[in-house]
Ligand binder design. Structure first.
Ligand SMILES: [Zn+2]
Length: 136
């Protein structure tokens, strides 16, 4: 178990150029989700060591995406394609308190919240109001 929660970024890593692309995507993932990221090279990664998987592209863009994405779902972790990640991008203010700042979708047991501050998400988690926000 990692001390810090991290997500695994999966894409094509066959050539150095592919790997560079996936790595730059991984920086985007870290920025948008506010989580640490690791890039999976090949298919040897143990997805259960991560919070979940973000795919560079779709499920079908690489063998690793299909295999590791499926493993993540089998392990009851989240697995989201790049398009879903970018769907969150427009938000600049916190859905919970309404103030601007460093907001990002927060992972909960059941899915993702709307973009919000880490502190706000923590408060919500404690208040058990997550369900009302995940459907936004
Ligand atoms: Zn907030």
């Amino acid at each position: 178990m990692l001390a810090q929660s991290a997500v695994l970024v999966v894409g094509t890593t066959t050539t150095p150029a592919d790997l560079a692309d996936v790595t730059s995507f991984a920086f985007d993932v870290a920025e948008r989700l506010g989580l640490a990221v690791h890039v999976a090279v090949g298919m040897d990664a143990d997805v259960t060591r991560y919070e979940g998987v973000v795919l560079d592209g779709t499920w079908l863009d690489s063998v690793a995406s299909t295999v590791l994405g499926t493993e993540a779902q089998d392990a009851d972790l989240f697995c989201i394609p790049a398009a879903d990640l970018y769907a969150f991008a427009a938000e600049k203010s916190c859905r919970w308190c309404g103030e601007a700042g460093r907001v990002a979708p927060r992972r909960t047991r059941d899915g993702w919240t709307a973009p919000m501050h880490a502190a706000c998400a923590t408060g919500i988690r404690h208040a058990s109001k997550v369900e009302s926000l995940t459907s936004v």
